[in-house]
Ligand binder design. Structure first.
Ligand code: NAP
Length: 277
């Protein structure tokens, strides 16, 4: 594949995306990464064979796609660096930055085709889901390029950008929330006398198997619960206890808290995002 992708930021989500792309057949030499200190770019270079660039300019020079994968508070400095080092005509900027609206990126990099993306870490195993939304004035061809980047890594969905903070909380954070439940399940099993290792394996397979069932066409959580729970049986007793202890309400409140935090630090461009402005 001749496409060149530059990653500005080489942390956890970049590692997951790069791992998925390399597993999907992208040539490692077509992928470049740059990080602030350089250490994490070099670590990705050692792990996957991608090119560790010494500067943003070196990373993005001639790239077809630039993936911005930094934290919201790191975004103004990263956009400044990008404004000083244009990738070249036609490059698509894919922003993974949480709480950062595409109009803020376009305001800092006028004329750039910007697509916002929320992948989850399961893209590393090519079983992820990535949600996209198109930035202002983004041509259809640029959106197609962004979709093609993530398509080999799992499902790709599109939503309106004003829903992307909810998507980040549900889908970006989703694997951590489900892992939290898996840990609680394993600890409960260990509390009943299973070895910690056996309980952890059983909980992990409960998550993996349920994921497979839930992603079959037409599947629903209710149908999966019905497949397991017989009337007045042990599963029903466990599910009733989860409801009585307000698990659904706890999950709703957890999502609310994440979305509130995300909206509270939203970058829209009105705050003068680029340090140059
Ligand atoms: N983790 C996820 O599952 C996930 C999923 C979807 C979206 N996101 C979003 O993706 C973004 C990154 O998350 P993360 O978890 O990957 O963060 P992370 O692990 O903390 O990595 C951030 C990376 O950005 C680099 N960086 C910061 N400022 C830079 C600059 N000016 N130029 C070049 N590199 C710079 C850091 O460099 P150093 O290594 O030198 O510090 C680091 O490599 C966040 O906005 C997050 O919300 C994350």
């Amino acid at each position: 594949m001749s496409r060149t992708v530059a990653f500005v930021g080489c942390g956890r989500i970049t590692r997951a995306v790069v791992g998925g792309l390399v597993a999907a057949g992208d040539a490692p030499e077509s992928l470049r990464g740059v990080s602030r200190s350089g250490a994490r770019a070099r670590a990705l270079s050692e792990e996957f064979g991608i090119r560790a660039a010494a500067s943003v300019q070196e990373a993005v020079d001639g790239a077809d796609v630039v993936v911005l994968a930094v934290h919201p508070h790191q975004t103004p400095a990263a956009l400044d660096a990008l404004a000083g080092a244009p990738a070249g005509g036609g490059a698509v900027l894919v922003s993974l930055v949480a709480s950062c609206r595409t109009k803020a990126v376009v305001a800092a990099l006028p004329g750039t085709a910007v697509v916002r993306a929320v992948p989850n870490v399961a893209v590393a195993a090519r079983r992820g889901v990535t949600v996209l939304s198109s930035g202002p004035g983004c041509p259809p061809g640029a959106f197609h390029t962004a979709r093609a980047l993530f398509a080999p890594l799992g499902e790709v969905l599109t939503v309106r950008e004003d829903l992307m903070e909810t998507v980040s909380a549900l889908s970006g954070a989703g694997p951590a929330l489900v892992a939290h439940f898996a840990r609680a399940l394993a600890r409960a099993g260990a509390g009943q006398g299973l070895s910690a290792d056996t309980a952890a394996v059983l909980a992990a397979h409960a998550v993996r198997g349920t994921g497979a069932l839930l992603t079959e066409p037409g599947a629903t959580p209710d149908a999966v619960m019905d497949q397991v729970a017989s009337p007045r049986g042990m599963t029903e007793a466990a599910l009733r206890t989860l409801d009585e202890r307000a698990l659904p309400q706890s999950v709703r409140e957890a999502l609310d808290a994440a979305v509130r935090l995300s909206l509270g630090r939203l970058l829209t461009g009105a705050e003068g995002l680029s340090a140059r402005s």
